[in-house]
Design a binder for this molecule. Structure first.
Ligand code: NAP
Ligand code: ZN
Ligand code: ZN
Length: 360
């Protein structure tokens, strides 16, 4: 029988995997590569549950290679480093976000935009350089090239830092790139979930005025009193939406499902930018006329490069920005995924991997 790379890897690992598009996660034994010269191995302590995990588990993009071990908001403590590693040492708090490899030689890689490298290697469900399929952070041990390791600042709680590795950088990067980071600007945040709630926090730290646009009335009080949003619109309330027409410089759209763009474009000032971050699995309808009449823009953005990810987490530590999390045990993960499907989480589930993921 041909040897598989997965069983050839010498480091025994244990995680949670789905084997079909039901997305149901079950215990899964696998193995990881030995720590190479440029590699950092770490014991996973916490892993956030991103909505992308849910899309992938259910094969909503049609490309999931089962079995899949999801998880790309991974933090832990370094257990071993390769002999060329300089960034971190054994015992340091580290993280891995959405990618574990790229070509390192293309234009995007040279510009510190590994996330836009045509050969970027996502943290799970993708072929790695050696041909094995990558497995994510719903697992007890992780190994990654040091280039794709993020240092977690000492003053940051590791559990609440985990979601920043995807949700944090995904919202921070476009606000910076598109210049929606200036004091006094008015930013809309659509969808108050994992991405949305950290978008509010970053926008407030930039000195912006923030309006949340949500389907969930139940999130209103907390958004205003706790997350620091300045106002809150219910997207289905036509009067409320009408009252805010033409007031926003930019909108961060984090909605994971099909939704109408027309009301959101209406909220923008002339030259405003609607930035699409959510990944609905079906095309959205694009009304063109309201773009022309205000020279408005619709754009997209995907995570961020490694340099900017480190910058984001250092910025978060400096400004006391952390994710609001519901810490769960590994055996609750299937229930958590069901709740995530109906937007029932404030605001990110994080799996307490080290304390609760046990081989029995
Ligand atoms: P999440 O925690 O589930 O948040 C999504 C929010 O969207 C929900 O909390 C809900 O907020 C709103 N929503 C859900 N269904 C809706 C519907 N049918 N109509 C209108 N609003 C709806 O998800 P997440 O982890 O933040 O991820 C959001 C999306 O971004 C996902 O599609 C994910 O795959 C994608 N993503 C993209 C990137 C990237 O690089 N661009 C990175 C990470 C994730 P309210 O209750 O406030 O309405
Ligand atoms: Zn994610
Ligand atoms: Zn590249």
């Amino acid at each position: 029988m041909a040897k598989s790379y997965e069983t050839e890897h010498p480091v025994k690992a244990f995680g949670l995997a789905a084997t079909d598009s039901s997305g149901h996660l079950s215990p899964f034994k696998f193995s990881r590569r030995a720590t190479g010269d440029d590699d950092v191995q770490f014991r996973v302590l916490y892993c956030g549950i991103c909505h992308t995990d849910l899309h992938q588990l259910k094969n909503e993009f049609g490309v999931t290679p089962y079995p899949i071990v999801p998880g790309h908001e991974i933090v832990g403590v370094v257990t071993e480093v390769g002999k060329k590693v300089e960034k971190v040492k054994v015992g340091d708090g580290v993280g891995v976000g959405c990618m574990v490899g790229s070509c390192r030689s293309c234009e995007s890689c040279h510009e510190d935009l590994e996330n836009y490298c045509p050969k970027v290697i996502p943290t799970y469900a993708a072929p790695y350089h050696d041909g094995t399929i990558t497995y994510g952070g719903y697992s007890d041990i992780m190994v990654a090239d040091e280039h794709f390791i993020v240092r977690i600042p000492d003053n940051m709680p590791l559990d609440a830092a985990a979601p920043l590795l995807c949700a944090g950088i995904t919202t921070y990067s476009p606000m910076r790139y598109f210049g929606l980071d200036k004091p006094g600007m008015h930013i809309g945040v659509v969808g108050l979930g994992g991405l949305g709630h950290v978008a509010v926090k970053f926008a407030k730290a930039f000195g912006c005025k923030v309006t949340v646009i949500s389907t969930s009335f139940s999130k209103k009080d907390e958004a205003l009193s706790h997350l620091g949003a300045d106002s809150f619109l219910i997207s289905k309330d036509a009067n409320e939406m009408q009252g805010a027409m033409g007031t926003m410089d930019g909108i961060i759209d984090t909605v994971s499902a099909h939704h109408a763009l027309m009301p959101l474009i209406g909220l923008l000032k002339a030259h405003g930018n609607l930035i699409m971050l959510g990944a609905p699995n079906k095309p959205l309808e694009l009304p063109v006329l309201p773009l022309l009449t205000g020279r408005k823009m619709i754009s997209g953005s995907g995570i961020g490069g490694m340099k900017e990810t480190q910058e984001m987490i250092d910025f978060a530590a400096k400004h006391n920005i952390k994710a609001d999390i519901e810490l769960i045990s590994a055996n609750y993960v299937n229930t958590a995924l069901e709740r995530l499907t109906i937007a029932d989480v404030k605001y990110r589930f994080v799996i307490d991997v080290a304390n609760t993921l046990k081989q029995s």
